[in-house]
Design a protein around this ligand. Structure first.
Ligand SMILES: [Zn+2]
Length: 215
C-alpha cells in the first residue's frame, strides 16, 4: 500500500484546505480559525498572514521607491582635497568606472545596486497596488517568479560596505563628506530588509485568488 504523501513535489501548490510548511514542506490541514499555527515537524510558524498584510508591504515599497529616487539623485560622497571639491552620485561612480577601462565592474554596480532594486520595487508596486484595490494584475505568476529569481542579485549593502571601506582609507588623503545619497542608501537597505521579511508569496496568492480579473 502506498503511504500518504506528506511533502509537495517541486513548486506544486498545496491542495485546497491544506497548507504546506515553508521550511520542511510538510502538508497540514488548514484550520478554520486564524489561531497560532506551528509546523509539528520543524516548529516553523505558519500563520504569518495575520501579521504581514499586503497593505503594509505596499507602504514599504512606496517608501523604498521614494528613498531610491533620492539616493540616486543626490551625491553619495563628496571629497575636498586641497580646496578641490568633487561629489558624485552612484550612476556617476559607475560611469567613471566604465570610462577608466573597468566596464565590467561599472556594469555590475549599475546592475546590482540600481537596476535590480529598481526592478524589484517597481514590480512589487505593480503587483501590490491592484491587489490592494481588489484587482488581479496581469502577468502575476510570471512576475512572482521573476522577483524570486532576481532578488539574490540585489546587493546594495555590499556596495555600501565597499564605499565605507573606501571612505575610511580616503580620510587620510582628503576631507570626506558623506552625501544625502549615502544616508538614503542606508535607509533603502532597512526598508528593503523589512519588505523582504514581510514578502509572503502564499498570502499574495490567496489575495490574488480573492480578487477579480482586471478588464
Ligand atoms: Zn515544517
Amino acid at each position: 500500500m502506498t503511504p500518504p504523501r506528506t511533502t509537495l513535489p517541486g513548486d506544486a501548490a498545496p491542495p485546497a484546505g491544506m497548507i504546506a510548511c515553508h521550511d520542511c514542506d510538510l502538508l497540514l490541514v488548514r484550520p478554520a480559525h486564524t489561531a497560532r499555527l506551528c509546523c509539528p515537524r520543524c516548529e516553523a510558524r505558519l500563520d504569518s498572514g495575520s501579521r504581514h498584510s499586503p497593505e503594509a508591504s505596499l507602504a514599504l515599497v512606496v517608501a523604498g521607491l521614494i528613498v531610491l529616487c533620492i539616493a540616486n539623485l543626490y551625491p553619495v560622497v563628496g571629497l575636498d582635497a586641497n580646496g578641490v571639491r568633487s561629489a558624485t552620485t552612484l550612476v556617476g561612480c559607475a560611469t567613471t568606472l566604465m570610462h577608466q577601462d573597468m566596464t565590467l565592474i561599472g556594469l555590475l554596480v549599475l546592475f546590482t545596486a540600481i537596476a535590480v532594486p529598481t526592478f524589484e520595487l517597481c514590480t512589487q508596486l505593480y503587483l501590490l497596488l491592484p491587489l490592494n484595490l481588489g484587482y488581479r494584475p496581469p502577468g502575476f505568476a510570471l512576475l512572482m517568479r521573476l522577483i524570486r529569481t532576481v532578488h539574490p542579485w540585489g546587493m546594495v549593502e555590499v556596495f555600501l560596505l565597499g564605499t565605507l571601506v573606501a571612505l575610511v582609507k580616503l580620510a587620510h588623503l582628503a576631507r570626506v563628506e558623506p552625501g544625502i545619497g549615502l544616508w538614503s542608501f542606508f535607509a533603502l537597505i532597512l526598508l528593503m530588509a523589512a519588505n523582504a521579511s514581510r514578502f509572503d508569496p502564499v498570502l499574495l496568492w490567496e489575495r490574488y485568488a480573492a480578487c477579480r480579473p482586471l478588464r
